[in-house]
Design a protein around this ligand. Structure first.
Ligand SMILES: [Zn+2]
Length: 72
């Protein structure tokens, strides 16, 4: 489980955003964890329209490294 640094709620969905978009919508910070709901809200407040794509199994943490989606 991850904990969103904005709403402080736990969330289970692993997701990723392009570095530039993440930094822009995260106050210039590269790190941190934000749930999809909060990130989507911030995007709308900044005039960004996001789309979400579902996938299974391997989560692309870094190039060449993956995290299996079922890991807690
Ligand atoms: Zn949140």
């Amino acid at each position: 489980m991850e904990v969103c640094c904005i709403c402080k709620k736990e969330y289970r969905t692993l997701w990723t955003a392009p570095d530039g978009l993440w930094k822009k919508l995260n106050g210039g910070n590269e790190g941190g964890l934000i749930c999809i709901g909060c990130f989507d809200r911030i995007a709308r407040e900044n005039g960004e329209v996001l789309y979400w794509e579902c996938a299974e199994r391997e989560y692309p943490l870094y190039p060449g490294k993956t995290k299996i989606n079922s890991e807690k």
